[in-house]
Ligand binder design. Structure first.
Ligand code: IPE
Ligand code: IPE
Ligand code: MG
Length: 237
């Protein structure tokens, strides 16, 4: 099993359009699939699930859609946090939260606080998140903490400042909806993730689809720069 799965949940709008429904209906259905995905991760013993819910570029969408997405986020936090807590899920939201309404920021803070004692599944929602934003905020905080070292920083120095410093790097990256791009998601952390793209739209991405992605992951040989022979001869070297 992958330890950490990161997902770009794409295709809600097209799912709705195919049914002659407003785009919003796709987002509503999409929230249901998040629930199913969380359940599937708990059942499979996957420790980290990271979901891209709203990118820093998604503010460019029509104002009504943005408003509705925010409302859905608020509603999901109000309705789901208690149940997540009971199931041993720790919830965290990463991204530049300062642009959200104070009420939403407060709900996020409370959700993180209520679930802080859990560790069965670390669920991260990336909201107003961008991979470049993450790297830059980390660089800035690192530089402020130790300006004298400027010019001698290492990768290991930066990592504690990244938004997801509590998680191992994703093993499996999934993008639904047919597009084969990263869209400014976890840029640093995806360096060695196995990438899985599927045309299935997010509202149709059920547990069976998830298992297909896991099976694909399990067939891959992760070499991290080594040769295949090295891995079979001395797997731990
Ligand atoms: C992904 O679905 C959800 C968000 C970006 C919030 P889209 O809304 O991008 O769906 P498509 O790509 O238009 O089908
Ligand atoms: C990426 O989806 C972000 C989320 C799923 C939240 P988009 O549908 O916005 O991505 P692009 O802009 O088409 O690449
Ligand atoms: Mg999209």
């Amino acid at each position: 099993m992958p330890r950490h799965v990161a997902v770009i949940m794409d295709g809600n709008g097209r799912w709705a359009k195919k049914r002659l429904l407003p785009r919003v209906a796709g987002h509503v259905k999409g929230v249901e699939l998040v629930r199913e995905m969380v359940r599937a991760c708990l059942e499979r013993g996957i420790g980290y699930l990271t979901l891209f819910a709203f990118s820093s570029e998604n503010w460019r969408r029509p104002q009504d859609e943005v408003t509705l997405l925010m409302q859905l986020f608020v509603k999901a936090l109000e309705q789901e946090v208690e149940k997540l807590g009971r199931n041993g899920v720790r919830l965290r939201v990463v991204g530049d939260l300062s642009r959200f309404e104070p009420r939403l920021q407060e709900l996020i803070r409370r959700a993180e606080e209520t679930t802080a004692g859990n560790s069965r599944l670390e669920l991260t929602i990336a909201a107003n998140y961008g991979g470049r934003w993450d790297i830059m905020q980390a660089v800035n905080r690192m530089a402020a903490a130790d300006p004298v070292r400027c010019g001698a920083w290492s990768e290991a120095d930066l990592e504690p400042y990244l938004a997801m410093n509590y998680a191992p790097e994703p093993d499996l990256f999934i993008r639904t909806g047919g597009e084969e791009r990263i869209s400014n998601f976890l840029l640093w952390q995806l360096a060695y993730a196995e990438l899985y793209f599927t045309p299935t739209l997010w509202p149709d991405f059920d547990t069976a689809e998830f298992d297909k992605a896991i099976q694909s992951f399990q067939k891959r040989e992760r070499r991290f720069g080594r040769t295949s022979e090295q891995l079979t001869e001395a797997p731990d070297a």
